[in-house]
Design a protein around this ligand. Structure first.
Ligand code: CA
Length: 247
């Protein structure tokens, strides 16, 4: 397995509220773990929420007692939800904070994915790129309801409004997906600071370039910045069935 994680502040923001995590080693009951979280709210709340979410998910995974990878992920994300809610209640400067989470683990050729918010997971190969997660965002809901086209959604002024986030409500609904991966597949977890700056096809081209995984992750970030870098950027690439191990 090859993997690389990187975040970047972008060109317009004063703080980086994105958080990316990877472990290609076993962690708790999972063989490996990959997370992107994109925080929101307040002066310091957003960055705090995304970091706390990842730390809380890791604690949840390590202490998890469920016997399936998806249940371990779901329990850990719900624990992060409770931890963020509680921390926000204890410190009024953090009121209103929340974060997206997209998390994935790979067991053999099966990828298990959980998400809340508009950070995404894609699977790409030489021929196509598939967005596995569905955004929990206002514009995505409007597109699904037929009141907005994909093209209109791209530059919609409300495209940053998310309809679900970790740490906002007690009753959190987490989506879960199962994807079969094959040798050569490239898996990408990323925040909207990447997907608002690059077309899916441009992402696919860079993901499948003949270069080191770190180089490709850095090129995705660089390209988002070249296109304006309006937001923080988080990128995690993993190649589950590649033989060599590298970080
Ligand atoms: Ca963002």
């Amino acid at each position: 397995m090859k993997a690389y994680a990187i975040t970047d502040i972008g060109r317009k923001r004063m703080m980086n509220q994105d958080y990316a995590y990877l472990s290609i080693e076993k962690i708790g009951g999972l063989d490996n773990l990959f997370i992107v979280a994109d925080g929101m709210g307040g002066h310091r709340g957003g960055g705090f929420a995304s970091r706390l979410a990842v730390e809380s998910i890791l604690a949840g995974v390590v202490g998890g007692t469920a016997d399936s990878p998806q249940q371990i992920l779901l329990d850990a994300i719900r624990r992060a939800n409770e931890d963020i809610l509680q921390t926000a209640q204890e410190d009024e400067r953090l009121t209103g904070m929340g974060t997206t989470v997209v998390a994935a683990t790979c067991c053999g050729d099966q990828l298990v994915v959980a998400n809340v918010g508009d950070s995404r997971l894609y699977v790409a190969d030489e021929g196509q790129i598939r967005q596995i997660t569905q955004d929990h965002s206002l514009v995505e809901e409007m597109v699904r309801a037929g009141s907005l086209s994909r093209e209109q959604a791209k530059n919609h002024p409300d495209r940053n409004i998310i309809t679900r986030a970790v740490g906002v409500e007690e009753d959190l609904k987490v989506d879960c997906f199962f994807v079969k991966v094959k040798a050569g597949d490239r898996v990408l977890l990323c925040s909207d600071g990447l997907t608002n700056m690059l077309e899916d096809e441009e992402i696919r081209r860079i993901l499948t370039e003949d270069a080191d995984v770190e180089e490709r992750a850095r090129k995705l970030v660089r390209t988002a910045n070249e296109h304006g870098g309006r937001d923080n950027i988080a990128v995690v690439i993993l190649e589950p069935l590649s033989d060599e191990v590298s970080l």
